[in-house]
Design a protein around this ligand. Structure first.
Ligand SMILES: NC(=O)c1ccc[n+]([C@@H]2O[C@H](COP(=O)([O-])OP(=O)(O)OC[C@H]3O[C@@H](n4cnc5c(N)ncnc54)[C@H](OP(=O)(O)O)[C@@H]3O)[C@@H](O)[C@H]2O)c1
Length: 393
């Protein structure tokens, strides 16, 4: 069984997709002469087998994370911008440990695992005040190798999971979704409106609601309804007609108010999301809660302040999550309670095509696109590759 012996050879240079500046996809340049990183003290060197794509990669590339009007910027919550160029993007990394730095047990060589993508500012397990991540403030997984902290590369042996499927359950979506729920103290029996439900975070949220015993109502498009119901949604509400949106949500809940909204959409929909919670305050047992972690529908929402404070709507801004939450999620992956929602794989050298496909995705799109280094493609990419631009199932 020669295949049980891990291949620990590491070349001096590797292929990688370099982000060379803010802008369009032309700022992503594929190179095959990038120096392979070395693991520092406390780090492992991972041979990347699969890295999930996130909307965050595109937004960081385009400089769409302003915190003041008019900025072209990315995260700088620690004070200074941490995205410098060239940078290797890609946050949700699955792979194998091929070298260890000082202080790391060599027993980890050959281990298959998934990265907790955060660049944590400190060791605290329960708070993460300056969210930053591998693929943004440090190099990530759109490459053949990456060096990461050994404590954040979590072993997931589960043989039933392909590496591409493991990457599809990466923390950028799953930890964000879970932190949205823990911030809003979502509990068993509560009705939760999951917006952007067919995306990476939304598909994670539907599953996470079911794990904690909450009831997820998915906001999406009718073509995706059966897949979202199969994933765990109680009902799917078409986001198409805003005028009838609130009555249609209440029809789905038999008139009961939504307890908490997980808002990934923003824009003109957020005010309607609030309506689904406050239309009958006497029917509520808890304060209305709105967790916000994204703005796929627009970065500006016009909401009367009086609606917020008179109805006592509790609002939570959410980015990423904590070490404790990552460990909880890894536990649920290991126990098989979380499922991957993998749309398709693309070769790393074809990242431009993957970006175009992602931006113009059709009404059959659900979950994640995963990028596989060309050298790993036969084993880890082909089982999930598109056929004639269509997913396999
Ligand atoms: N704060 C954080 O830490 C964090 C982390 C990850 C992601 N995010 C953000 O969260 C959002 C979702 O991320 P994601 O990775 O899940 O993205 P995604 O995979 O692109 O999914 C977003 C979903 O939102 C829906 N949508 C798109 N445009 C919309 C619109 N104009 N109005 C209403 N719905 C729309 C689409 O679903 P349907 O077409 O089926 O409705 C789409 O599948 C993004 O804004 C992303 O930047 C934030």
């Amino acid at each position: 069984m020669a295949s049980d012996t891990p291949d620990l050879t590491v070349p001096a240079t590797m292929s990688a997709m370099l982000l060379t500046g803010h802008g369009g996809i032309d700022t992503l340049v594929y190179r095959d002469d990038v120096a392979t990183p070395r693991p520092g003290p406390g780090e492992v060197l991972v041979r990347v087998t699969a890295t999930a794509k996130n909307n965050t990669d595109r937004k960081a590339r385009e400089g769409l994370y302003p915190v003041k009007k008019g900025q072209v910027a990315s995260f700088a919550m620690g004070g200074e911008p941490t995205l410098t160029f060239p940078r290797i993007q890609g946050a949700d990394i699955a792979g194998r440990v091929v070298a260890v730095g000082d202080g790391v047990d060599s027993a980890r060589l050959g281990e298959r695992g998934l990265l907790d993508f955060n660049l944590y500012a400190d060791e605290r397990p329960d708070i993460n005040l300056t969210p930053d991540y591998y693929g943004h403030g440090a190099d990530g997984g759109f490459a053949e190798y990456v060096a990461v902290p050994s404590a954040q590369f979590h072993a997931v042996s589960n043989p039933e999971l392909h590496d591409a499927e493991l990457a599809a359950m990466g923390m950028c979506s799953y930890q964000t979704g879970y932190h949205m729920m823990t911030s809003a103290r979502v509990s068993a029996g509560e009705r939760v409106l999951v917006t952007g439900a067919s995306g990476g975070v939304g598909t994670a949220l539907i599953q996470l609601c079911r794990i904690v015993g909450a009831i997820p109502y998915a906001v999406s498009q009718p073509e995706k309804a059966s897949a979202l119901i199969a994933l765990g949604a109680e009902a799917v509400i078409d986001r198409g007609d805003l005028a009838s949106f609130v009555p249609r949500v209440l029809e789905a809940t038999n008139g009961a108010p939504i307890d908490a909204v997980m808002d990934l959409v923003g824009g003109e929909m957020t005010d309607l999301f609030i309506d689904t919670m406050i239309h009958d305050m006497k029917a509520r047992a808890t304060y209305p809660r709105l967790s916000i972690a994204g703005a796929s529908g627009g970065n500006i929402s016009e909401i009367l302040w009086t609606r917020i404070y008179l109805y006592q709507v509790q609002i939570f801004g959410v980015s990423h999550g904590t070490r404790e939450e990552a460990e909880q999620l890894i536990g649920w992956i290991r126990s098989g309670q979380l499922r991957p929602v993998l749309h398709a794989t693309f070769r790393l050298s074809e990242l431009h095509a993957a970006e175009r496909y992602f931006v113009s995705r059709g009404s059959n799109f659900l979950g994640k696109i995963v990028i596989v280094p060309d050298s790993q493609w036969e084993q880890h990419g082909t089982p999930f590759a598109l056929i004639d631009q269509e997913p396999r199932s």
